[in-house]
Design a protein around this ligand. Structure first.
Ligand code: NAP
Length: 300
């Protein structure tokens, strides 16, 4: 069985998978997607729950997303997860949004309803919240927070989630400033008590911001590749910092290495993957997820 399937495969899914013992009924759509560890977590969960289905990776390019979503019900899928670069685009491609997707303005989980329509949901925000508290023993909303990549899908979700949970101060950094201004405006109207600052992520602006925050969250995709740029100059972290990188492959990004070397507490995105997956499973099946099986699947 191939590790990653294509849009072409999806169009011919039922024919392609006719011989499978467990039909492929759940997926993650992304580009890239080969690194996704979601199957390792969801397949043990499906087995433990006695649901005769399997979860697969589908390489879906940006321009293929509208048609790929329409294929879901035709090919008998129960739902899908969405990863880079689909979370924002999906907002306008599903038939309805849950409150979570509407507030966080991104969709990472889609459920196919019995009439074939699609419901878009977001479990990244609440998943991050549980992961941060599990990693550092401090609630997400109780910390002054710097978000790197706050204009991307995951960054936006993290910013809104932390404001909703009562975060006192938020510094939003993004390479493309125009993308983060709308996030800042939304948070100011959603929760005026949260102090919001927007920075461009230059070394000088980061240096200033780091002295006033407790938690630094990397929500950008920088760090996934070995030749990626350095987002925060080594030597600017403080021992009191907590640093959470949403990236989990590689296990330790340069950002986490530099932060740990400065004595900061660090954690990667594997627990966020777990908790957003737990909440996605519960959205698809309307029953408690077998968390221990999912944790074991991820080696957590
Ligand atoms: P996205 O919407 O494509 O956003 C990418 C972000 O990265 C944007 O803010 C972008 O800035 C920034 N960026 C990309 N290249 C950059 C560079 N060279 N320098 C500075 N900034 C750069 O992606 P996403 O869906 O939010 O995902 C972001 C990351 O979070 C990915 O690594 C993803 O795997 C991870 N994630 C993990 C979990 C988990 O469960 N652990 C869940 C969700 C996401 P611009 O706006 O300037 O382009």
């Amino acid at each position: 069985m191939a590790e990653v399937y294509s849009f072409e495969d999806l169009i011919h899914w039922n024919a392609l998978t006719a011989g499978w013992q467990l039909p492929g009924r759940l997926a993650v759509f992304g580009d890239p997607v080969a690194h996704s560890r979601s199957p390792q977590m969801h397949n043990p969960a499906l087995e433990e729950a006695g649901i005769p289905a399997q979860y697969v990776r589908l390489l879906i390019r940006e321009e293929e997303l509208p048609a790929a979503l329409r294929e879901l019900s035709r090919q008998g899928f129960l739902g899908t997860n969405l990863t880079i670069p689909h979370k924002v685009a999906a907002l306008g491609l599903v038939d309805r949004l849950t409150d979570s997707a509407r507030h966080l303005r991104t969709v990472n989980t889609v459920r196919v309803e019995s009439d074939g329509t699609l419901s878009g949901h977001n479990t990244d925000g609440p998943g991050l919240s549980r992961a941060v508290e599990e990693a550092f023993g401090v609630p997400l909303g109780g910390q002054r927070l710097l978000i790197l990549g706050a204009g991307g899908g995951a960054g936006r979700a993290a910013a809104v989630q932390s404001a909703l949970e009562g975060c006192p101060a938020l510094v939003l950094a993004n390479r493309t400033l125009s993308k983060v201004e709308s996030v800042a405006a939304e948070i100011r109207s959603l929760r005026p008590e949260t102090s919001v600052t927007v920075i461009d992520g230059s070394p000088e602006s980061l240096n200033r911001a780091l002295s006033g925050v407790d938690l630094i969250l990397n929500a950008s995709s920088v760090g996934m590749k070995v030749d990626d740029p350095v987002l925060v100059p080594a030597g600017t972290f403080l021992p009191r910092h907590r640093v959470y990188d949403m990236i989990y492959a590689p296990e330790r990004t340069r950002l986490l290495e530099d932060a740990a070397a400065a004595g900061a507490s660090v954690a990667n995105g594997l627990a966020m993957l777990l908790w957003q997956g737990v909440l996605a499973f519960e959205f698809w099946f309307d029953r408690p997820a077998p968390v221990d099986a999912m944790r074991r699947g991820l080696g957590l």
